[in-house]
Design a protein around this ligand. Structure first.
Ligand code: IMP
Ligand code: MG
Length: 177
């Protein structure tokens, strides 16, 4: 049986919606009429955020996903990043916007960005909903950040713990470990 954990809500559905709309507007203003834009969401955590965000991006774009795993079942980041899904969309010469739920250690972005660069993307930008601001060795700029996040383990709005809680429409900190 799944453990019942105590959750402390930190962002409401309305707060998230308002910020996602602002991000979509800023991203649309930046790309304007850039041709051939590709938005890549990192699974699984980005799926809810990406679904809401793209509906506020006016620049025509394609959507793709990469499956990236590091946490497994726990609240501790693993030291190994695994690519669990890669449909092999051609990236040569394209503008790519990478979308993820949260930056914690920065290991995921440090793995993903060089991988995309190697496939010949001409421009790569990053948008995350949450940033814990503790990644000291993050090797990329993060152009768009929804919210600075507390150091707690967070769940909801796509963020999971042992594959639970992703469906919650708000974001909460896990109180009891
Ligand atoms: P990083 O590689 O440590 O920067 O962590 C990024 C990835 O780990 C994100 O794509 C999330 O999937 C996951 N992650 C990091 N922190 C949390 C959290 O607080 N809750 C849920 N998932 C997290
Ligand atoms: Mg992730």
């Amino acid at each position: 049986m799944n453990r019942v954990r105590q959750l402390n809500r930190i962002l409401t559905r309305d707060e998230i919606n308002a910020r996602v709309q602002e991000l979509g507007t800023a991203i649309s203003d930046h790309y304007d009429s850039t041709p051939d834009l590709l938005v890549i969401g990192l699974l699984k955590g980005s799926f809810v955020f990406l679904a809401d965000l793209v509906r506020h991006i006016r620049t025509p774009h394609e959507i793709a996903f990469l499956g990236i795993e590091s946490y497994g079942e726990s609240m501790q980041p693993g030291d190994r990043i695994k690519m669990t899904y890669n449909p092999g969309v051609p990236l040569s010469g394209r503008s790519v916007l990478v979308v993820d739920d949260i930056i914690d250690t920065g290991n995921t972005m440090n793995f993903v960005i060089p991988f995309l660069e190697k496939q010949g993307a001409s421009d790569i930008q990053v948008c995350v909903l949450l940033h814990k601001r503790k990644a000291t060795n993050l090797n990329c700029d993060v152009r768009w950040v929804g919210f600075d996040a507390p150091q707690d383990f967070l769940v909801g709005y796509g963020l999971g713990l042992g594959e639970q809680y992703r469906h919650l429409p708000y974001i909460a900190a896990v109180v009891n470990e």
